[in-house]
Ligand binder design. Structure first.
Ligand code: SF4
Ligand code: SF4
Ligand code: SF4
Length: 422
């Protein structure tokens, strides 16, 4: 490993006030690396590279890494590990009677968790997930789907405002803002495009402060006693939770972030029998949601949900069929034109993966893109295939792309189906 100044390896929770740009959220175990180069095929920024003549890879500099974890879940030899884990700290907080521990699971976690308990890829396990969180001892099981809905309202409203009156500070096209891998990417490589990025926070960046303000008020808890745990399909969300500006509640909005794999590990370590858990709903106040929130985890889902709102506001008509299938995408770039009565045509694009995001950014930078709205998700197919989701065992047996795509299709299809019926 190269010696670098001002970078951190932290095994557990980073010290308070840590700069997330100095932390290695993923790194290669050189003793396990077989120099196959597969990780580089999944990295859009060149952050992971050979460090010697044998071709052993490493993440060279945390500032260049978007923390997406796609290298980790696609390494056939299991040589890439996560550098930050809040698991031990969360177990300590759960034992502390003086701390109110709040869980905030993302939409996609419930489409990945059951795989860790040997259920087929794409199995929906929302009820068991909520039950497991309660069994682990969380005082409140609130749900990030609540603020996925809020995000749609905010982002859809902002889109309508931009369409009505685009200006220098809020130009068109509007980019989505909920994916922290994408946000770090645009900040690092296309800072001139930041006015195009929606000013809305991500769903978890809304739920953290809501938990410590509205949630604290409604449950008669003192906010300083509340410890918020973000549960994500994603490693980049650990980075997001540590961003300095995530303190709108007057406290750290997000105290800890774990991913789907770590939640499964916690359930197993606590000796909970996941299979026999009865389904449970999230706790009220910050637990309700709609199907629009559910499809958030799928590439094109944020776009589809925001368009449902924009369509009805712009046209004054009710959508007969809320499924705007044109914008659903699993890989690459998808573009669509939606005819909106009383308005005209809304042009949209959905990009899956940062290499595709860069193509759209180049078009926007060159003023060659006449879209109104662009959704970017760092992970192929969206969060259902995030870097914090279970690793498909078949990846480890090295047949790779076709099987990864199969897993992706099954998780994505499951999320879409559920989102349409809620
Ligand atoms: S994919 Fe894994 S084994 Fe292959 S080069 Fe990358 S880290 Fe090494
Ligand atoms: S986490 Fe993502 S950006 Fe970082 S090295 Fe891996 S693939 Fe590249
Ligand atoms: S697509 Fe989802 S899982 Fe992947 S980096 Fe973005 S927020 Fe995380």
């Amino acid at each position: 490993m190269q010696e670098m100044e001002n970078v951190m390896y932290v095994k557990n929770a980073p010290p308070l006030g840590s700069d997330p740009d100095t932390i290695f959220f993923v790194q290669v175990d050189a003793t396990k690396c077989q120099a196959c180069g597969e990780c580089e095929n999944h990295c859009a920024t060149g952050a992971i590279q050979p460090i010697n003549d044998e071709g052993i890879r490493q993440v060279l500099n945390p500032a260049a890494c978007m923390n997406c974890g796609q290298c980790l879940i696609n390494c056939p030899y299991g040589a890439i590990y996560e550098g930050v884990s809040y698991v031990n700290e969360i177990f300590e907080k759960l034992k502390d009677p003086d701390t109110i521990v709040v869980s905030m699971p993302a939409p996609s976690v419930r489409y990945g968790l059951a795989e860790c308990f040997l259920r087929p890829v794409g199995t929906y396990a929302g009820g068991k997930m909520h039950a497991a969180l309660k069994a682990l001892g969380f005082d409140y099981v609130w749900d990030n789907e609540f603020t996925a809905d809020v995000t749609i309202m905010e982002e859809g409203t902002e889109l309508i405002e931009r369409i009505a009156k685009p200006d220098k500070e809020k130009p068109l096209p509007q980019f989505t803002s909920c994916c922290p891998g994408w946000i770090k990417f645009v900040e690092s490589f296309y800072p001139d495009l930041l006015p195009h990025v929606s000013t809305c926070k991500s769903p978890i960046a809304m739920l953290g402060p809501l938990a410590k303000t509205y949630g604290a008020h409604e449950t008669h808890c003192r906010p300083e006693k509340i410890y918020t745990v973000s549960i994500m399909p994603c490693i980049a969300k650990k980075y997001e939770g540590l961003r300095q500006e995530m303190a709108d509640s007057g406290f750290r909005d997000i105290d800890a972030t774990i991913d789907t794999r770590e939640l499964a590990y916690m359930i197993k370590r606590a000796g909970i029998n996941f299979e026999t858990l009865p389904d449970r709903k999230p706790d009220p106040i910050l637990g309700q949601s709609t199907g629009a929130a559910t499809i958030f985890g799928n590439s094109g889902g944020v776009m589809e949900a925001a368009l449902r709102l924009a369509y009805e506001k712009l046209s004054g008509k009710t959508l007969k069929d809320p499924a705007i299938k044109l914008v659903r995408t699993r890989e690459g770039i998808n573009t669509a034109e939606i005819d909106v009565p009383n308005f005209g045509t809304v042009k949209v694009a959905v990009a899956s993966g940062l290499t595709n995001a860069a193509k759209l950014c180049d078009e926007v930078r060159a003023k060659m893109a006449d879209y109104h709205f662009i959704e970017i998700m760092t992970c192929p197919g969206g969060c259902v295939n995030g870097g914090g989701q279970p690793v498909d065992p078949e990846v480890r047996t090295a047949s790779l792309a076709r099987k990864i795509r199969l897993a992706m299709t099954r998780r994505t299809g499951s999320a879409i189906q559920k989102g349409e019926i809620i």
